[in-house]
Design a protein around this ligand. Structure first.
Ligand SMILES: NC(=O)C1=CN([C@@H]2O[C@H](COP(=O)(O)OP(=O)(O)OC[C@H]3O[C@@H](n4cnc5c(N)ncnc54)[C@H](O)[C@@H]3O)[C@@H](O)[C@H]2O)C=CC1
Ligand SMILES: N[C@@H](CC=O)C(=O)O
Ligand code: NA
Length: 432
């Protein structure tokens, strides 16, 4: 039986689990692949650092460059831009296929890496980069390649879903829920990437590129994280039958006859009856709409060492099979060229919360501003707060679809009204 040399870069949450599977399941993997997968080394920063795993210490090396030079397959699980990018290019230059979970790097500079891999005739596989264990990239790229995808909407960040879900279900504090997510190995090395939506934005760019056969990178994604979502927003949403989720959305919009793709990440109100509303904890789900298939949903563990290692190993086995059987490996170059739509042109529904003085004419004045900007109101809820002799009211409007530009102008005009104490929240709404 042929032997394929496998080099592993990084031995953290995911890398240590990949190493465990390669060593413990070697026989199964060989019979599925038709080749022995020999783990030749694991590049680490400090071979003597204390670790939770009992991996053989003789596999550890600090010479990552040399390690990749002798490999058939390089698994990159260091994360970050450098030295991951240089090492991947080095591996490709030496004829190795690369498997990675590094969505940040792919969303920043995937085009260069794909081009180099295609030119070298090697594979660059990255199922782990989006929604962890969930098989989502291969279904979009292969299973749906005979259909036309119109929209992809996903909960693709486990950390933020864990936080929002804990705040919604137990009233947990933001900071406590984030600390739990870090302890459980879901969060990025710098959890700002999770909380501010950057991790979901990288995944959104990757999903959009595959769904719309065009290269989208991070610069094409508008991004808002969950740091400004308050316990009051979550309670008000719950009261009105909604849940707040951080969604990555990629959709084709008509844009007055000049179709474009909007890729965006933002906290989103979803009706509690929507399939994505039932995604709890660190679980992920991706909701896909295609012209012929209709609605599809892919659900599972989107983060964590072992689940992510499962996706990495799927790519390793499929790459190894191809190396055993022969045939082309590359071909990631996108075939389409749909333009990315500027955020101002995106149309969606909104929920707007206002704190107002409870007096006659307030509602009419606010409604007038909506009308003047062509934003149509779908529903309105009012809650009265009596405070001694004065009383104020909280108004929550949900609008029909309107453009970001019209919404921004509406909110500015509302802020200018004397009777408005504050605009308490502006959240986008999906699934209504
Ligand atoms: N943890 C998760 O749930 C998921 C992680 N990913 C991605 O997988 C990759 C790895 O993630 P984790 O294992 O969670 O990260 P981690 O931070 O636990 O592990 C990364 C490891 O690489 C090592 N490393 C970094 N630079 C190095 C260098 N120059 N030389 C040698 N070792 C180096 C670090 O010391 C660390 O042990 C990242 O790209 C991440 O975005 C993808 C999906 C899910
Ligand atoms: N930090 C990420 C890990 C997976 O990509 C998350 O929380 O989902
Ligand atoms: Na995946």
């Amino acid at each position: 039986m042929k032997t394929l040399k496998v080099a592993l870069l990084g031995c953290g949450n995911v890398g240590s689990q990949v190493a465990r599977i390669l060593l413990d399941d070697a026989e199964d993997l060989a019979s599925r692949t038709g080749a022995r997968l020999e783990l030749t080394g694991i590049a680490v920063r400090n071979p003597d650092a204390p670790r939770d795993t009992d991996l053989p210490r003789n596999l550890f090396t600090t010479d990552a460059e040399k390690l990749v030079e002798g490999a058939d397959i390089v698994i990159e699980l260091m994360g970050g831009m450098e030295p991951a990018r240089t090492l991947m290019l080095h591996a490709i230059g030496h004829g190795a296929s690369v498997v990675t979970g590094n969505k940040a790097l792919l969303a920043a500079d995937g085009a260069t890496l794909f081009e180099k891999a295609d030119a070298a005739g090697v594979r660059l596989a990255y199922e782990a980069a989006v929604a962890g264990a969930i098989p989502i990239l291969r279904p979009i790229r292969d299973s749906l390649s005979g259909d036309r995808i119109t929209k992809v909407m996903g909960i693709v960040n486990g950390t933020t879903n864990y936080i929002l879900d804990a705040m919604d279900s137990t009233g947990a504090q933001f900071a406590d829920a984030l600390a739990d997510a870090q302890r459980l190995g879901y969060a990025e090395a710098d959890p700002t990437a999770d909380v501010e939506g950057h991790d979901a934005a990288s995944k959104g760019a990757i999903l959009a590129s595959l769904a719309f056969h065009t290269n989208f990178d991070l610069a094409n994604v508008s991004c808002e994280g969950i740091s400004s979502v308050t316990a009051d927003d979550i309670a008000a949403a719950k009261d009105a039958g909604f849940v707040i989720k951080l969604l990555a959305i990629a959709e084709k919009l008509d844009n007055d006859g000049e179709p474009g793709v909007s890729v965006r990440v933002h906290p989103t109100l979803l009706p509690r009856t929507h399939p994505l509303a039932a995604v709890h904890g660190a679980f992920n789900a991706v909701f896909v709409e295609a012209e012929n298939a209709g609605e599809l949903m892919f659900y599972g563990q989107g983060a964590g060492g072992a689940p992510t290692a499962s996706a990495v190993m799927g790519d390793v086995v499929s790459t190894a099979r191809r190396l055993v059987l022969g045939g082309p490996l590359g071909a990631e170059t996108p075939t389409g060229s749909v333009p990315a739509l500027p955020f101002a042109k995106v149309t969606t529904s909104y929920s707007i919360g206002l704190q107002v003085t409870d007096q006659p004419g307030v509602l009419a004045a606010v409604a007038q501003v909506f009308a003047e900007h062509g934003v149509s109101i779908e529903t309105m809820r009012q809650t009265i707060h009596a405070d001694g002799t004065a009383s104020s009211a909280e108004l929550r409007f949900v609008t029909h679809r309107a453009s970001e530009a019209a919404l921004a102008a509406t909110v500015e005009a509302i802020k200018g009204l004397d009777i408005i104490n504050s605009v308490t929240s502006v959240l986008r709404v999906e699934g209504v």
